[in-house]
Design a protein around this ligand. Structure first.
Ligand SMILES: C[S@@+](CC[C@H](N)C(=O)[O-])C[C@H]1O[C@@H](n2cnc3c(N)ncnc32)[C@H](O)[C@@H]1O
Length: 287
């Protein structure tokens, strides 16, 4: 019988992470408080101070992540005095100096975002999911997130444009995947780095909870069953809840008591059979 563990801890992730062993986690997926946002709810950090505040925490995350592991950071810069602030860009540069590789950037398109009106911009309908790694070679299970081809793609591929044909025939072309016509007749394709996910979420008592589909997608892509997932800013516990449902062990850390209690509730263990083969599935958490 294999246990799936869910640990929810109360406190500043800087302190709690310092108690954890080196090279333990396969995936860190998190959405920290954005600069200055929701200051009344969980003490906003000024945009100018954000990098300074965040770096000691990413230092700990670097230590606890396995060399084959991945860190996904969901974040979005706000506009300050009519300009986009640069703290996320500065954070990327600072994290590279800290030893992280900035391997990829996924765009989370919030596909159900409703319109708004501002004098000089439109509503934000996307957020960054920055991918960082310790090494160039990391675990990635691309087949786990393949998509059905879909009718639209079939017709698009059947009527290859002249540009596609020229590109396909070009001598510079290399690799199976880059040749568009190689995908005709296949059931499944690899996704792009744009994730079209609705913002709707189950953990409604938290003002900024992930939709379950967001951690789920990254957990599928970067972990296997019984791997370890960490969310150091776990909020209402979505990441741990999803990790448990997917048979991954997880640790969630939350600084605010009311959110911590919510996370305990949402990650609340339910004894059930996860696998069709009737492998008993036992879950527990420790506070
Ligand atoms: C954007 S929310 C995360 C929401 C989460 N993804 C969910 O699905 O509910 C960020 C969370 O980080 C918590 N937080 C802020 N500072 C923290 C710290 N230093 N250590 C741990 N948690 C912290 C906040 O209380 C908040 O619940």
């Amino acid at each position: 019988m294999k246990k799936v563990e869910v640990h929810i801890r109360l406190g500043d992730c800087l302190d709690i992470l310092s108690e954890m062993p080196d090279n333990h986690f396969d995936l860190i997926v998190t959405s920290p408080p954005y600069a200055d946002s929701r200051a009344k709810t969980y003490g906003g950090i000024k945009p100018d101070k954000y990098v300074e505040w965040f770096l000691p925490r990413t230092q700990e995350m670097l230590r606890v992540l396995k060399p084959t592991g991945t860190f996904i950071l969901n974040i979005k810069e706000k506009a300050v005095n009519g300009e986009r602030h640069t703290y996320v860009l500065e954070l990327i540069l600072a994290m590279r100096k800290q030893g992280w590789l900035w391997t990829e950037e996924f765009i989370w398109h919030k596909k159900n975002c409703y319109p708004g009106k501002w004098p000089n911009r439109f509503r934000d309908a996307w957020e960054r999911c920055l991918q960082f790694n310790k090494k160039k070679k990391f675990n990635m299970y691309q087949e786990a997130v393949m998509l059905p081809m879909g009718d639209w793609a079939e017709s698009r591929l059947r009527k290859l444009s002249e540009t596609d044909k020229t590109r396909d025939e070009s001598k510079a072309q290399s690799g199976f995947g880059k040749n568009v016509s190689n995908w005709i007749g296949r059931d499944k394709v690899y996704p792009t780095n744009v994730l079209h996910l609705a913002t709707e979420c189950g953990n409604k008592n938290h003002s900024a909870a992930f939709p379950k589909t967001l951690p789920e997608w990254f957990i599928k892509l970067f972990t296997k069953e019984h791997d370890w997932v960490l969310d150091p800013f776990v909020g209402s516990g979505t990441t741990c809840q999803v990790a448990r449902e997917m048979g991954r062990n997880s640790v969630g850390i939350e600084a605010l008591l009311e959110n911590y209690e919510l996370a305990l509730e949402n990650a609340n263990p339910v004894q059930h059979t996860l696998f069709e083969k009737e492998v008993p599935y036992e879950t527990h958490y420790t506070a």
